[in-house]
Ligand binder design. Structure first.
Ligand code: C2E
Ligand code: MG
Ligand code: MG
Ligand code: MG
Length: 300
C-alpha cells in the first residue's frame, strides 16, 4: 500500500483547462476533510551513509489516503496547502508525528539491541514550507512539540528549498533563529530552480541535498558529472554534509561514493515506507548494513 506508482495517483475527474479554480476549491475542501479525519499517513525514506551503508536517519514524506482520489502524493497537494495556509495545521501534524515516530524508532532499536548495543543518534528530516517559516508562532510551536516529546533539537532536521530563502526577511530571521536553537538546516533540491551561490555565502546551511536531476544525468552527461564533482568539492570546502537524492542504481551509488558524496537517498536503499516497514528496514540495517544483494535492494 505504501507503493505509489504514478498510475495509482488518481484524480476522480480529469482537470480540464478551464476548471483550475474549481478544482482548487474542491481540493481545498477535501484537504480540510483530510485534516479533520486524519487521512494523512507518515512515510519514511532512509538516508544512508554511502561509506558504511548505515541508515543515519529518515526523511518524513507525507502521503494522503483520500476516499475519492486514492493515494495522493504531496506533489499534488502541497502547493494548494501552501496557498490556502492549510500547510500550517498539516505542518504541525508532520512535526508532531515525526517526533512521536522518532521516539518509537529509538525504542525499537533499544529493545532490539538491548543494553549492549550502542546506538547512533537517529534523525528525522522534515520538509518545511516558506509559509510555515513566515507564521510568527512557528518557532514556539516547534520548540513546544520537541520539548513535549523530549527530543534534542539536533535530531530533527529542517529541509528548506531555495524558495524559502527568497521569501523575504521574516523567513530568513526564523531560519537564523532555528540555526541558533541548534536545528540542522538542509537545502533541498539544490541545483534546480533559482539556485544561487549567494545563498551559500549568506546562510549557515548544514547540508546540501543535491537534486535527483544531477544523479539521473551524471552517468550519461559528462558536463553533469563535472558539475556533480564540483558541487561535492564545494560542499566539503564549506564543511557541509552532502546528500544525493534519487539514487536508484548500483552504478549511481558507486559513482557518488567515488566522488566523496556522504549520504544517499533513493529507491536503491528504500522507497518512502510507512512506519512499520521503515522500522523493519532500520532494525535489519542495524544488524547488518544494506548489502548490494539485500532483497530490500533487489525489490526496488
Ligand atoms: P523532496 O523533499 O525533494 O523529497 C524527495 C522526493 O523524491 C520524494 O517525493 C521522494 O519520494 C522522491 N524520491 C526519493 N527517492 C527517489 C528515487 O530514487 N527516484 C525517484 N524518481 N524519486 C525519488 P514525494 O514524496 O512525492 O515528495 C515530493 C515533494 O513534496 C518533496 O520533495 C517535498 O518538497 C514535498 N513534501 C513531501 N512531504 C512534505 C511535507 O510533509 N511537508 C512539506 N511542506 N512538503 C512535503
Ligand atoms: Mg525534502
Ligand atoms: Mg528534494
Ligand atoms: Mg523535490
Amino acid at each position: 500500500a505504501s507503493d505509489l506508482p504514478n498510475s495509482s495517483v488518481t484524480s476522480s475527474s480529469p482537470v480540464l483547462p478551464h476548471q483550475p479554480v474549481l478544482e482548487k476549491m474542491r481540493l481545498e475542501s477535501e484537504l480540510l476533510d483530510a485534516i479533520a479525519t486524519n487521512a494523512f499517513i507518515p512515510h519514511y525514506q532512509p538516508l544512508v551513509d554511502l561509506e558504511t551503508k548505515e541508515i543515519l536517519g529518515f526523511e518524513f514524506l507525507i502521503r494522503w489516503k483520500s476516499p475519492t482520489r486514492g493515494w495522493v502524493s504531496p506533489g499534488l497537494f502541497i502547493d494548494t496547502a501552501e496557498e490556502t495556509s492549510l500547510i500550517l495545521p498539516i505542518g504541525r501534524w508532520v512535526i508532531e508525528n515525526a517526533c512521536t515516530d522518532l521516539n518509537r524508532f529509538n525504542q525499537a532499536l533499544n529493545r532490539s539491541l538491548g543494553t549492549s548495543g550502542k546506538t547512533r543518534p537517529l534523525f528525522i528530516s522534515v520538509n518545511v514550507s516558506a509559509r510555515q517559516f513566515q507564521a510568527p508562532q512557528f518557532n514556539e510551536e516547534l520548540l513546544e512539540i520537541l520539548q513535549r516529546h523530549q527530543i534534542p533539537h539536533s535530531q530533527i532536521k529542517l529541509e528548506v528549498t531555495e524558495r524559502v530563502l527568497m521569501e523575504g526577511t521574516s523567513a530568513i530571521n526564523i531560519i537564523q533563529q532555528c540555526r541558533q536553537l541548534g536545528f540542522h538546516l538542509a537545502l533541498d533540491d539544490f541545483g534546480t530552480g533559482f539556485s544561487s551561490l549567494t545563498y551559500l555565502a549568506k546562510f549557515e546551511i548544514d547540508s546540501l541535498k543535491i537534486d535527483q536531476y544531477f544523479v539521473r544525468q551524471m552517468l550519461t552527461h559528462p558536463r553533469t558529472l563535472a558539475l556533480m564533482k564540483h558541487i561535492l568539492a564545494m560542499t566539503r570546502d564549506l564543511r557541509m554534509v552532502s546528500v544525493a537524492e534519487g539514487v536508484e542504481t548500483q552504478e549511481e551509488f558507486d559513482t557518488l561514493r567515488r566522488l566523496g558524496c556522504q549520504i544517499g537517498q533513493g529507491y536503491l536503499f528504500g522507497k518512502p515506507l510507512p512506519f512499520e516497514s521503515a522500522q523493519h528496514l532500520l532494525l535489519e540495517n542495524y544488524r547488518r548494513p544494506l548489502a548490494p544483494t539485500s532483497p530490500l535492494l533487489a525489490s526496488s
